[in-house]
Design a binder for this molecule. Sequence first.
Ligand code: C2E
Ligand code: MG
Ligand code: MG
Ligand code: MG
Length: 279
Amino acid sequence: HAKAHGRNTFRFYTREMNTQVADRLQLENRLRRALEQDELFLLFQPQYDIHSQALIGCEVLLRWQDPVEGLIMPGRFIPIAEDSGLIVPLGRWVMREACLQMARWQAQGLQLPKIAVNVSARQLARLDFTDEVRDALQESGLPGHCLEIEVTESTLMEDADLASRQLAILKAMGVRLSVDDFGTGYSSLAYLKRFAPDTIKIDRSFVCDLPGDSEDAAIVSAIIHLARALGMSTLAEGVETVEQRDFLRQLGCGGLQGYLLGKPQDASAIARQLGELVS
Ligand code: C2E
Ligand code: MG
Ligand code: MG
Ligand code: MG
């Protein structure tokens, strides 16, 4: 009986796995087409100084409008893009579009200090990545300091020597660096010293249960103290409540990003907001 059952189970899994592989492949092919057919677009989520409440930047977040399925979120397609290598042309497109949009805002006389673009390990590992960034800056006429790249700890650790060389080139161009989802990846504190990011982004998972969770409070407080001692700024991700904001301010966090302050929105909504600040 067990044997028969086992066999059935095996066949069931095989079919299931085949379906999963086929789904992935199908999504990969559709994503490739999506890039050619302009189905991708960018949203921008504002980041604020916790004290002055000034807009300090916007994070660029990719979206896919599929004609059949509707809106597809990056959690579903970025991992597939990373595995297939599609993230390279896709990321190049994001970088270029983001810089062009930033330049458009500046041409409209709107003041936004920087845009932050997410960069995957496979992008950073390519030797021509720094050329792509340089091209995107040159084409848009944007100074390097208006661009920040967000990378995770794991991206930095994957090939630390290569990452180090790439980031040194970008730094020489004025491009800033922030470490995304800080505290959730595999890392050592030594790499913080080595990569000297401008900003540490405190992961949303440490923020969501503040102020009640005393362990999270201890972790966030330690990150803020460490960053300050190393001369880096901090920005908390996923801030959704007034209580979280007030607590983070009390702990000495420097920046805020989250639904409480602003959801990811399109370029014209950001422009309207900046326009109101100007007038
Ligand atoms: P991330 O870089 O950590 O981006 C923050 C994510 O948190 C975004 O999800 C954002 O919409 C979401 N978020 C912001 N505020 C709040 C909040 O208050 N509450 C909650 N629950 N969520 C909040 P999104 O847009 O779905 O992006 C997910 C991830 O996909 C990003 O995480 C990033 O790792 C990746 N990603 C997005 N766009 C790109 C891209 O252009 N290139 C690359 N390589 N990765 C991207
Ligand atoms: Mg990010
Ligand atoms: Mg993050
Ligand atoms: Mg993330």
